[in-house]
Structure formats: C-alpha cells, structure tokens
Design a binder for this molecule. Structure first.
Ligand SMILES: Cc1cc2nc3c(=O)[nH]c(=O)nc-3n(C[C@H](O)[C@H](O)[C@H](O)COP(=O)(O)O)c2cc1C
Length: 245
C-alpha cells in the first residue's frame, strides 16, 4: 500500500458540504493535474467549465434534478466533450472535421472525459476535499448548454461538485472482484453468483446506513437501464453530434 493507492481505495462520493471556499491555489493544482491527463492521439478534445457563482450552482442543482449538494459545494466543474476546439484545428489544417458525426469520435471523447473526471476527483481528494460526480446534468443538457454558453460540437457530459465535507458518507461496497477482474478471457460464469452475493451485501449496507427502501444492485440497475427518460438525441443532434459513421 502507498499513499496514492490508499487514497484511491478510500474513494466515496460525498453529498454534504460546508460553504467554505476552495483556495485558488488548490483549485488551480486540481485543474492543472487534469490538464496533464492523457488524451487519445493528444487531441485534447475535453474542456472544463468551472462554476463558483452561487446562483449558477443553484441553477445546476435544479437542472440535475434538485441535488442540493451541488448548490452547497463551492465549486462545480463541468466536463465538456469539445469537438468545437478540434474543429478549429482541423479547419486550420485545411480539412473538414467529421469526428462529431462518428461513433469513434464520440467514444474517444467520452473515454478521455472519463479520465479527466477521475483525475479531478483524485486530485481534489488528495487535498482533503470531498467530491461527487454528477451525471444528472444530462437530465437537461440544453439548459447546461445555455447556462455555460457552449458552442456547436460540444456537449456537457458530466460534472463534479467539490468542497470541504460536512458529514462524511460511508463507503459503498462493490460487487465481488470476480465480476470485474477476468483472467485471460471473459468468465461469464462468474457473474450470476457475484450478482446474487452483491444484492445481499447491498441490502445489508442499506440497513447499516439506515436507508429504508434501498434497492438491490439488480433492482437499481433495472431502474437505470430498462428505460431512458433523458432524451439526449435531439439535443446532441442539434449540437452537431449525428451518428453517421
Ligand atoms: C459518471 C457518474 C455520474 C454520477 N452522477 C451522480 C449524480 O448525478 N448525483 C449523485 O448524487 N451521484 C452521482 N454519481 C455518484 C454515484 O452514485 C456513486 O459513484 C455510486 O453510487 C457509488 O458510490 P461511491 O462513489 O460513494 O462509491 C455519479 C457517478 C458517476 C461515475
């Protein structure tokens, strides 16, 4: 074990924040760490929009489906898939960009955005801050686009709220590692027993933390994967993301 691994293994999302501001030098170091993250072919097609303004944070809390911790935490960073920026380079090189119309372009940008989100979270937690990633901004991406003034060929993929934690949350258990780590080839047979075990573990966890009506992993996954109320396609299309190739 070393300090970095201990920090990673202590991960938890925090949903209770003090209003104390994050010092500029700490925020700068967090963002500069994410700026150093690798990107596919060095394309650097991700941008961050840092919001500290309380009115804007309250608006984002509302957009994300009334998540009060977004308004509480002093900083909210939106991770933006930015194929506007790349388009300027492609144009300068005398070509036409098609990345925003391809699954490959969307895959590489989403992958790189995930690395940047993870780097922001790890750097923030290394300074003793709490974090909570926020996919809830995709409930109303158009409202985020308007609030942040995002141009064409960009999309607000995910955000992260960060600040000093008021009440710390308990760490959530994960599925058995056999469902995650496969040796040499994919072992589908490991999954059902792991899911059964984890459904029980999560029920015990909800009882321990006093949450009534907490769902098993299977039930929660069904809630999130059986149907989608977020209608992203028309807004993504309007932004320029059309899956043609
Ligand atoms: C991409 C992403 C989006 C998320 N969106 C939200 C969100 O909108 N609101 C929230 O409270 N938690 C959100 N979470 C946090 C997850 O609920 C949390 O990571 C998961 O339940 C496991 O708990 P833990 O992070 O405390 O280990 C998100 C996590 C990720 C990775």
């Amino acid at each position: 074990m070393n300090e970095t691994v201990s920090l990673l293994q202590a991960h938890r999302s925090s949903r209770s924040y003090k209003s104390d501001p994050v010092p500029d030098e700490i925020l700068d170091a967090i963002i500069e760490s994410a700026h150093r993250a690798p990107t596919s072919a060095n394309i650097q097609e991700v941008s961050l929009v840092v919001v500290r303004n309380a009115t804007s944070r309250a608006r984002i809390a509302e957009i994300a489906g009334n998540q009060p911790w977004i308004a509480q935490a002093p900083v909210f960073i939106t991770v933006v898939m930015d194929l506007y920026k790349t388009g300027l380079g492609v144009e300068k090189a005398g070509a036409e960009q098609v990345a925003q119309r391809s699954l490959e372009g969307i895959f590489f940008a989403t992958c790189d955005a995930g690395i940047i989100l993870a780097t922001l979270m790890t750097a923030a937690r290394s300074f003793g801050l709490g974090i909570v990633p926020i996919g809830g901004i995709r409930r109303d991406p158009q409202a985020m686009i308007d609030l942040l003034g995002l141009p064409k060929n960009t999309f607000p993929l995910v955000g992260v709220a960060l600040g000093y934690v008021d009440h710390e949350s308990q760490q959530r258990p994960r599925m058995p590692i056999e469902s995650f780590r496969h040796e040499e080839k994919y072992h589908a047979e490991a999954l059902r027993p792991a899911i059964d075990a984890y459904d029980l573990t999560l029920q015990e966890y909800w009882q321990k933390v006093g949450r009534k009506g907490g769902l098993t992993w299977s039930e929660n996954t069904a809630e999130h994967c059986k149907a989608f109320s977020r209608m992203l396609k028309p807004i993504a299309n309007k932004q320029g993301f059309t899956l043609e190739v």
